[in-house]
Design a binder for this molecule. Sequence first.
Ligand code: GTP
Length: 335
Amino acid sequence: MVRRVPVVLVAGRLGAGKSTLVNHLLRRADGVRIGVVVNDFGAIGIDAMLVAGQASAVTSLADGCLCCTTDANGLAGLLADLTAPSARLDLVVVEASGLAEPSELVRLLLDAIAGEARHAAYGGLVVVVDAVEGEPDGPDGGVVRLADLVVLNQVDRVDDPGPLLEALRSIAPGPVLPVVRGAVDPALLVDPPARRSPPRSGQLSFDALLREDAPAEHAHTAWESVAVERDAPLDPGRFAAFLEAGPAGVFRAKGVVRFPGAAPFVVQTVGTAIRVRPAPRSAAVAGARLVFLGVGLDAAALHAALDACAADPEGPEPSLLPVMRYEESERLDAV
Ligand SMILES: Nc1nc2c(ncn2[C@@H]2O[C@H](COP(=O)(O)OP(=O)(O)OP(=O)(O)O)[C@@H](O)[C@H]2O)c(=O)[nH]1
């Protein structure tokens, strides 16, 4: 089965806690092999030094701001190396300098995925906001509006993070996670090895996700998952519109979906980034099996939304175009 390695961008202003978050991910990796690209502004490479020794692979772009790196041998080349099957990494985290422009970083990453870094997948833009300094109406507001996941860090340093949390939730398109010392569970970003496909060929990891759905075991972990199954095919247009709208609180979604008159598709989303590919033969579904990961999920609303995506059983076969727009190329070697 084709395997792509998610690449997560971690941005946020100076001192927000990006390095702390990356280090937390590395410490909590629990078997997940993480590669880190650190973008230090200036040639000293302090941040790279601070994460070195914990990551499976650490690479530093010490020559300046990551968003200025546009040559093919820059970010794209690095990501191509780190996500190659031979590197055997599960996740790559790019820690941007506090000076990098996140929208440019996302563009660079997507260009890299479309080009040289063909084994990479978009893993999301994580924006770290400092609970003391963060002002959604200030400079952070613009970045927060782009984030697939907002991490409200340093909540231990304020008496009541509630108002800022509410303000961020009102402008962020994705979930907002309040944490101390960047304590984000890596399982929110990537499937942990124990939950990945077992050796039996073709079985999909979301099966394991359904089984091992127990995020509450970690006190600091505030994310949750909701599984939705449907017996009847979905309408491609309605389902695509549902994903494009970005269901409230959802950071990642994955599963298998069937549309009228077509073989099943594997669907994966990070924020509003959607990827679709034909499902392996073993993934037989009559309608849909989906798992949503996020913060503050409304299970009833997700179930109702999927109900509203049902195809009209009496109607003509709908066009697959709204979904096929998101089909990823199958030019990868099977790995
Ligand atoms: N009290 C408290 N301190 C924190 C927390 N998170 C990070 N810090 C501290 O805040 C300072 C800045 O954290 P970093 O992780 O270096 O921030 P950064 O965003 O990587 O900073 P730059 O690399 O300069 O952009 C460090 O001294 C951390 O130890 C937190 O949740 N609570």
